[in-house]
Design a binder for this molecule. Structure first.
Ligand SMILES: Nc1nc2c(ncn2[C@@H]2O[C@H](COP(=O)(O)OP(=O)(O)OP(=O)(O)O)[C@@H](O)[C@H]2O)c(=O)[nH]1
Ligand SMILES: [Mg+2]
Length: 460
């Protein structure tokens, strides 16, 4: 924490208009002054905080690397709460690397991934859940995931958990004081007072956990399994939705053998699409494994797209699929594919067998796509995913700790109901206090923070 760190904060995957080299630490401004040449002879150390200055950056030999604008931000009102300097140089990869090398030669150390955010955390500007929200925001794959991360970054989750922790501490302190000094403080009927608060906290945690599945969907995408008989057109649908020749399509039954995954966005909704092997009895050992995998994928799907070739009649395999879909409890949509050919199956035929939306579709012409998109958005946007105000838990670590806290609170309730003595309450109260604190990074071992920040990208 004592040294000054530097990294390229912009994306290095290709040339861009601007590249930013960020420097943070006590000496950031002094280091920047060593390599910054102002046409007006200005020194950055004399610059007011949060101002921006035009000049040249020199390398170790005094040669000009680039022209740039340099922002000077003094502690503590910065991202890291330390002195921060940002070189806004040209966005070429080589230019950025040269400017960074020059900053390093002038005395900074290359930053680790996530080290700026780590400093923001260690300096108390944000808590761990907010730091994690920064990473989620950067990695967000769709607009809902962005909103969820922004909400968490704003500290909504932190405040809710802090309030519960305050309450817990309050009760614990009162119980312990009374146990220490029974002559002056009484605990008559304390269980029933405590119970009301515990119940309220439990329902708060419940609400957070109830939306946690939406969080997974937001983050990873809706796990969407494309299921159907061989040659129904599953891989064609995969290609149509992903807008690319992702999967091999042939008229040979049994073309797809393995599960093929692809992230696609439909009306701002991300789907983790899985194309599977066509369902049929087969002696081919590879295909057999593929069919088993397809059945397996149904187990943890959020959505199933059941593809039927409408130019054919239903066969035994279709009836097993239909049975499985009904049992699965997963939301499914049936696509009567190949509607550009002569139909041998009608919507009504399917609706009788399988209560679900049925769409007349063609993976070849794209007919039915709009209806599919409409149903998808309707189902997920207006149904499950429209909890604008609710803090949505997107992080597995948070989910786990919320459940741990819930268990501890359950134990408190049980102790109260069983009429146990008050010191039993405090043990589990403190259990919940600790679990919630771990979400915020208040009770945490260093190696956990290390692990979390090591997953960050460079320069953040
Ligand atoms: N006419 C017509 N042909 C289609 C349509 N969709 C797919 N096909 C054709 O049907 C054949 C099988 O398509 P695939 O997408 O490979 O079918 P699949 O379900 O992935 O087949 P397997 O991987 O073998 O299970 C190919 O020849 C496609 O060109 C469609 O909407 N209309
Ligand atoms: Mg296929």
């Amino acid at each position: 924490m004592e040294d000054t760190i530097a990294a390229i904060s912009t994306n290095l995957s290709g040339p861009a208009g601007i590249g930013i080299i960020r420097v943070s630490g006590e000496d950031a401004i002094a280091i920047a002054d060593r390599i910054f040449l102002s046409p007006y002879g200005r020194k950055l150390k004399e610059a007011a905080s949060h101002t921006i200055h035009y000049g040249k950056v020199l390398d170790a030999d005094g040669r000009v690397c680039d022209e740039c604008l340099v922002s000077v931000m003094r502690a503590p009102h910065t991202y890291t709460r330390e002195n921060v300097v940002e070189f806004n140089c040209h966005g070429g990869i080589l230019v950025q690397k040269k400017v960074l090398a020059s900053v390093i030669a002038a005395g900074a150390r290359p930053a680790q991934p996530g080290e700026f955010t780590r400093r923001a955390f260690l300096n108390g500007r944000i808590d761990l859940s907010q730091a994690e929200a920064v990473m989620d925001l950067i990695n967000a794959k769709n607009s809902w995931a962005v909103s969820a991360s922004v909400l968490q970054l704003s500290g909504r989750l932190s405040r809710e958990l802090e309030e519960i922790r305050d309450g817990i501490l309050d009760h614990t302190a009162r119980i312990e004081a009374a146990l220490d000094d029974p002559e002056h403080m009484e605990l008559v009927n304390y269980g029933s007072i405590l119970e009301k608060d515990v119940e309220r906290w439990e329902s708060q945690l419940n609400a957070l956990l109830e939306h946690a599945d939406e969080g997974r969907i937001l983050k990873e995408g809706i796990r969407t399994v494309i299921l159907g008989r061989t040659n129904a057109g599953k891989s064609s649908l995969m290609n149509l939705l992903s807008g690319a020749d992702r999967a091999i399509v042939t008229d040979v039954a049994g073309t797809t053998r393995d599960i093929l995954e692809e992230n696609v966005t439909v009306n701002g909704l991300s789907l983790l699409l899985m194309d599977t092997a066509g369902i049929r009895r087969t002696d081919d050992i590879v295909e057999k494994i593929g069919v088993e995998k397809a059945w397996g994928a149904v187990e943890d799907a959020d959505l199933i797209l059941y593809v039927i070739d409408s130019s054919q009649t239903l066969e035994e395999e279709d009836y097993s699929i239909i049975r499985r879909l009904k049992e699965s409890g997963v939301f499914y949509i049936t696509l009567l594919n190949k509607n550009d050919l002569n139909a041998r199956l009608k919507k009504e035929d399917i609706k009788l067998l399988l209560p679900s939306p049925v769409i007349s579709f063609s993976a070849r012409t794209g007919d039915g796509m709009d209806e599919l998109k409409r149903i998808l958005t309707e189902k997920f946007a207006s149904g499950a995913l429209q909890s604008n105000d609710q803090v949505i838990i997107t992080n597995e670590r948070h989910k786990y700790l919320l459940r741990e806290a819930q268990k501890s609170l359950n134990n408190v309730e049980k102790s109260i109901r069983d009429g146990l003595s008050e010191d039993f309450f405090t043990i589990d109260l403190m259990g919940a206090y600790t679990s919630l604190g771990m979400i915020l990074g208040k009770e945490i071992e260093d190696d956990l923070a290390d692990r979390i920040f090591s997953k960050f990208c460079m320069g953040k």
